[in-house]
Design a protein around this ligand. Structure first.
Ligand code: ATP
Ligand code: LTN
Length: 355
């Protein structure tokens, strides 16, 4: 029997690994990112060897401004630390600092069918918004780069192999399935190299919807400013947005995905932030009306995000320190990525450089 895993630094078997990535495509992360993914990043670092990546290569799959990308990458990193990702325990880095990501993506791309890549729903959504002239090949191969991100950090496969967990929101499930398929295909053709990663999707908070359009995902690129609650938002506007969130006719605070999508979304957010079951919230607000419910929810969101905003601004005030932390993350990530890539090159049949 394999020994139970222990926290990093313990003496038993090594901790399972966790890998996740987020794009620096906005001036702030939002409530959906926080509840669907980032909050798990923080809690998983206690029990896992964690690798967290700001995926700037993915961010150029749509048109971008270089200066804006550079700033957003720094803001993204600062927010991760402000939320509680600990640079001592977790490896936090920028994807472009570790060139093996692009190299493995090429190899995996050569194992991916054209039709298989064409079935990715995120590509279909995003390319329909860009129009065919604006859709890059990079947007098409985006999920393959994501598979490479994850598989570079594979633990050693074998009978006692450690898990490779990937905390993401529900919208990423299909990309995770593709990653598993590609890992299995590579292993089958070239010998067992990768552990198949597992999606780690939080129940309940996996999909937070737009405050103004409660059937659509809250999204950095698609939501209107009124539909999205930014982590770095000022308290005044944040409160207003929640008070103005679309609810439904009627007054009862009850969960009903079909008939009351707006209230249901707010209940999910409340439940995830406070750690209270939805049923208990329904009881608490029975007969109280939407106003009181929204007012309390706004306060809860403010209490959660205000310290994160303040800490982010503080961290951004010391760029030299942020750069130092990024360099350290890149160095740690490279140690793993370089080794995986050496094995991949050898298995695929590339001639060694013969030192
Ligand atoms: P974009 O609109 O640019 O695609 P996004 O807002 O969807 O961006 P991503 O950078 O794609 O954000 O996602 C980062 C992480 O947050 C992913 O793990 C994703 O699953 C999760 N996530 C994004 N939006 C939501 C949401 N509305 N509810 C739950 N999780 C979400
Ligand atoms: N595609 C993801 C971002 C992402 C990612 C990853 C997530 C890129 N590489 C690796 C998990 C693991 C998104 O759009 N949210």
């Amino acid at each position: 029997m394999p020994e139970a895993s222990s926290p990093i630094g313990g003496t038993a078997a090594p901790a399972p690994r966790v890998f996740s990535g987020i794009q620096p495509t906005a001036d702030s992360f939002h409530l959906g990112n926080y509840l669907g993914a980032l909050r798990q990043w923080v809690s998983l670092q206690d029990s896992h060897e964690a690798f967290y990546c700001v995926v700037d290569l993915h961010a150029i799959t749509v048109e971008h401004d270089p200066a804006v990308l550079r700033r957003r990458t720094k803001v993204a990193i600062a927010q991760l630390f402000a939320m509680g990702v600990d640079p001592e325990r977790a490896t936090v880095f920028a994807q472009s600092h570790v060139p093996e990501h692009a190299e493995l993506a090429w190899v995996l791309g050569c194992l991916t069918g054209f039709g298989e890549a064409g079935r990715m729903t995120q590509f279909k959504d995003k390319s329909s918004k860009q129009g065919s002239a604006g859709t890059s090949v990079g947007l098409f191969t985006y999920p393959i780069l994501q598979a490479a991100d994850i598989l570079l950090y594979t633990p050693e496969p074998g009978p006692d192999e450690q898990a490779l967990r990937v905390p993401v929101g529900e919208d990423q499930r299909q990309h995770l399935e593709l990653t598993r398929t590609l890992a299995g295909r590579f292993n089958h053709r070239f010998g067992t190299t990768f552990v198949e990663p597992e999606a780690y999707i939080p129940a309940g908070a996996a999909k937070i919807t737009d405050l103004q359009e409660p059937t659509a995902k809250m999204s950095k690129s698609a939501s209107s400013p009124q539909g999205i609650v930014d982590v770095l938002e000022e308290p005044g506007p944040m409160r207003k947005k929640i008070m103005r969130a679309v609810t439904d006719t009627g007054t009862e605070v009850v969960y009903d995905e079909e008939k009351k999508a707006g209230v249901t979304n707010l209940l999910r957010i409340y439940s995830a932030l406070e750690g209270t079951a939805i049923g208990d919230l329904e009881t608490r607000y029975a007969g109280a009306g939407y106003g009181q419910f929204k007012k309390d929810l706004a306060q809860l969101v403010l209490d959660t995000f205000t310290p994160i905003r303040e800490r982010t601004l503080e961290l951004l005030g010391d760029e030299a320190e942020l750069d130092r932390l990024l360099a350290r993350g890149a160095e740690r990530a490279s140690r793993v990525a370089v080794r995986t890539m050496e094995t991949v090159r050898d298995r695929v049949g590339f001639v060694g450089r013969g030192h």
